[in-house]
Structures are given as structure tokens and as C-alpha cells.
Design a protein around this ligand. Sequence first.
Ligand code: TRP
Length: 456
Amino acid sequence: MIDEKEMVPYMAGEQWKSKIGFILAAAGSAIGLGAVWKLPYVAGTSGGGAFFLVFLVFTLLLGTSLLLAEFVIGRKTQKPPIQAYKELAPGTPWYWVGILGIISSCLILSFYAVVGGWILTYFIRSLTGGLTDPPEGNYGILFESIISNHWEVGAAHLGFIVITILIVQGGIQKGIERASSIMMPALFIIFIVLVVRSLTLDGAMEGVRFFLQPDLDSLDGQTILFALGQAFFSLSLGVSIMVTYSSYLSKKESLVRSASSIVGLSILIAFLSGLAIFPGVFAFDLEPNEGPSLIFTVLPAVFNEMALGSLFFTLFLLLLLFATLTSAFSLLEIVVSSVSHSNPGRRRIAAWAGGLGIFILGIPSNLSYGLLSEWLIFGDIFFNQIDFLVSNILLPVGALCIAVFASYFIKRSELREELLRGSSLGSGFFSTWLVLIRYITPLAIIAAFLHVLGVW
Ligand code: TRP
């Protein structure tokens, strides 16, 4: 028997208690607003099934490859990002990829928590009956009035961050793993209930057709780019979060098998969200292309129409809350792990300082739906600009750097050993992965990037 300590000489901190705990936590990071909120509305506005199909192909080929690259970096070094890049490429500036990842994660969490706060507000209101009677019977007006009510959404924004801090400060096993192991199975069960309810509505099939029947005519460059960005965003790639999570994974586990489970679960949930949302939208003759407010304005109207609707809507909000929280854990954990890696005693203070700092950073995003709604930066509100900066610039740059770093700057034999450790796959798999990560992923990202900048 090889002694575990000898195999992993620099294991300083905690590890996931079980492989399934790791998979649930990483799937929890991946499954979030991207799958449950963004995917349905982007699919709704960009051609339904065709969008979903392209998203699926990108996720399976490019997303999975990049996920594996992040896993290799994290598990090989067993260190958080900055330290991991420093160890793999000493004396080079590659550790900036880690710094960029941390900055991007803080920015993502800053607006993510605002939406988390909206969900929390809706959830509390749904429990207290505050959603059943919208002004003038219009949920759009209700949504506007809620999100421009600073004190209520401000308190909810803070509440969401505090829940995140409380879990993350508990550590990997007792905090993130335990919470994810409760929230993720609950999320799946609620989803199944909602999908059954949604598919049994009269006229549900029209929604299913809209979501699943690809209308290839509606595919244009823009849709393809959105799908690429969406594939990376919804696997939490490009900011080294998966480097962080895999740094806590035992050397005994197979990276490929874990990655397949995580990607499989994410795709399943993306699929279930479409099936939960579109049938209702069509059954009640509402518009699928409502945009970002789809789940806040259209869905309450859908649920309002059905028997026991308010119960189902409360369940849906609970599901959204779980999905959003498990993603928020990962966004805060990357900050906390970088600070407390060498000194686990600093975890608590790092979680509070990081979390509250991110809350403050998010205040302008929050206010951009109220007090600051007139404050436009390059013609759009702060919230949307931060989302744009992260999704279209920082994430693609981060993803590109990680793909290039892993495939050109880590020795081929070491890459191969870490990637295939604990799995029965052979050279064929390794070479295919290398081609995807070395050539195809960077080219796709560069093409997308140039397009966003209007160069191409
Ligand atoms: N993947 C999450 C979602 O789909 C969001 C998220 C968490 C994320 N961590 C990330 C996105 C890191 C990009 C990078 O909602």
C-alpha cells in the first residue's frame, strides 16, 4: 500500500469527505442562475431548440474539456489557484490567471447575490401571501416595484450574502459539502415535481416543441456565441473555481468520471428547466421571449393560473434559492481558499471580510434598478455592464488562458498521468482531449471574442 501522505506530500488542508460530496458541490456550483434563469430566457429570445442544441454540443465538447483542464491543475497541485499556477510555472506571470479568476469571481458574486436577494424576497413574500395579488393584475408591475424598493431588496441582498458566508466559513466538509448534499437532492426532487406538473398542463406540448424542436433558421452568429458563453458560464469555467474545488479532491478519484457526472447533471437540469418553464408559458398564452424577468414576471402568472399554484411557485423559488446558493458558495470559496490555504485559522475572517466586501461591491448593481437607474455607463445600467464585462470579456479571457496554460505549459506526461489517474481510459482519450483543449477551445474562444468586440 502506498501511504497517502507520501503520495500527496503538500496536502495542507481539508479534503471532500466523499466523491459524491465533491460531485454534488461542483454540480451545485455549475447549476445556478445560468441553467435555471439565463438558459430559458436566452433560449426564449434566441430560437428555442436551436439554441439548446448548440449549447449542448459546446457543453459536451468544449465545456467538458475545459472542466478537465481546471481539474488537472487543481488536483495535481492540491492548491488554490494563485498558488497552483505558481507551483506549475514558477517564476512566470501565469499566477495572474489566478488573480484574474478571483477578481472575476468577486464581480460575478456581486451581481449574482443581487438576483439571489430578489429570489429570497420573492420566496419570503410567497410564504406570507405577498405575491398572489399583483397591482392591476400585472406581475411586471409587481416585479418593478419590488426591485426598486431599496430597503427590502437591500436587506434580502445582505441576507443572501450572510447565508453564503455562514456556510462557507464552516469549511469544505462541514460547510459546503454538507449544505450541497442537502440542497442538491432537494433541488432534483422539486424539479421532478414541477416538470410533472408542467407537462400535464393542457397545451403543454407546444412549449415542449418550442424548447426541443430546433428551428435551424434562427441560428445566427449571435446565437452561437451566446451558446458558447452560456456553456462556459453554466459549468462555472474560466475563473479557476473548478481548480479550487478539485484541489480538495482525493488523488484516488477519477477526474474523468467526476467530470462526466457533473456535466451530465448540469445538462439534465438545463433540460428540466426548459421543460418546467416553457409548457406553462405556452399553456397560458404568455410570451416566451420576455427576457431576464421571465422567471419573475411570467412564471408567477403561470403558477397563478394553476390549481395549487402558489404552493408550486413557493417550491420553485426554494429550488432557485438552493441553486443560487450552491453557486454562490463556490464564488466565495475561491476567495476564502486563496487567503486561508496556508493558515486554516483564517477561514472565518476571510469568509466574512470577503463576503461583506462583495456585498458592498454589489450595492451599485442593486441600486441600478432603482436610485441609480439613470446612471448609465456606455449606455446601459451598472448591473448589465458588470454582467457584460464578466460574461463577455473576463470569462473568455480566463478560459482561454487556462486552456493555453494547461495544454502548452504543463508537461505532456504529467498532464496525462493526472488526467487518467484512477480511470481505465487510454491514449486515444488523452489525445482527443489535448486536441480539443489545445486547438479547438482556444480558436472557438478567440472567434467568439472577436465577434463580441465587433472585429469579426
Ligand atoms: N455556474 C453558475 C450558474 O450557472 C454560476 C457560476 C458560479 C459561475 N461560479 C461561476 C459562472 C464561475 C462563471 C464562473 O449560475
